[in-house]
Design a protein around this ligand. Structure first.
Ligand SMILES: O=C(O)CCC(=O)C(=O)O
Length: 281
């Protein structure tokens, strides 16, 4: 999958043996190629995967600047779920650089490799947790909120800063995407008990060891929409900036949810390419 190798890189590609020594994001892209099978297997078996060095250093700098500009322009602090996250609304549709990130061929190639099916972009948002934002993101899955019926939907959480545990990186419950019981529960359940609804419906999840994945700027995690996950507070002096890119099955259809702002689509309608473009490889 040579498309994964980035022509924009400023320094020559490091040889695989150098990869562990080099800390510059992107300088480990060499590893990415060899690693893509590991990422796909981990995602399918565990419901999440760590992707080191998805973006190069220059890309991180450019997309981080665009992300902060988008947050300044239009964003809102989450009040509904007490996560302390400040998020944009449809940033990838309003900011050319963020659209470029959402449609990045290297990311698209990896996403379809992992998914094993054609995909489209469903969303691209900037997420910020300011320094000393004490609120954690409670345990949840994304399927509960998904306005979609699809074979597969997943998030790519791209770190645009170094995100050690203290800055609020994500924690995942391995194999929780494959848990039994109902496929999903009503959104009302989540509104009623934001942090407890998953354990109430799947009590076995409280015994699942949790995996916390700190990220270097330019790294990412992928997680299946049914994977239970959470994120810590940001107890550091530095802002946590990330880009949340959601991919869905190219054949997904619209599923309106009570209590959720409707889109101008009919229930069961296929997603229009014009607004939800297919992945570019
Ligand atoms: O960024 C966070 O704190 C939570 C993100 C999240 O829940 C997700 O990416 O699905």
């Amino acid at each position: 999958m040579h498309r994964l190798i980035d022509q924009e890189r400023t320094e020559p590609m490091s040889t695989p043996t150098d990869r562990t020594r080099s800390r510059e994001p992107g300088s480990r892209v060499a590893e990415f190629d060899a690693d893509s099978r590991r990422i796909a297997t981990e995602f399918r078996e565990q419901g999440f995967a760590h992707v080191p060095g998805l973006l190069t250093g220059p890309e991180v700098a450019r997309f981080r600047a665009a992300a902060l500009a988008a947050i300044k322009q239009r964003s809102r602090k989450d009040k509904d779920f007490g996560t302390g996250i400040v998020a944009t609304t449809d940033a990838w549709e309003h900011h050319p650089a963020l659209r470029e990130l959402a449609l990045h061929p290297r990311i698209g190639a990896l996403a379809e490799h992992v998914a094993g099916m054609p995909l489209r972009v469903w969303g691209g948002e900037v997420l910020v947790k300011h320094p000393h934002e004490t609120a954690a993101t409670g345990l949840h899955d994304d399927l509960t909120f998904a306005l979609l019926d699809s074979r597969l939907t997943f998030n790519t959480w791209i770190a645009l800063d170094d995100v050690p545990t203290e800055r609020g990186c994500l924690t995942f419950l391995p194999r929780s995407h494959a848990r039994g019981g109902p496929e999903r529960v009503d959104l009302a359940e989540q509104y009623r008990d934001p942090d407890g609804y998953l354990i109430r419906h799947w009590p076995e999840l409280q015994w699942t060891p949790r995996v916390t994945v700190p990220l270097r700027a330019g790294d990412a995690t992928l997680h299946h929409s049914r994977t239970a996950h959470a994120a810590g507070a940001n107890t550091t002096d530095t802002t946590r900036v990330s880009f949340l890119l959601t991919f869905t099955d190219a054949d997904a259809t619209y599923r309106p949810l009570p209590g959720h702002d409707p889109l101008d689509l009919e229930a069961g309608q296929a997603l229009p390419d014009r607004r939800y473009p297919r992945v570019i490889r």
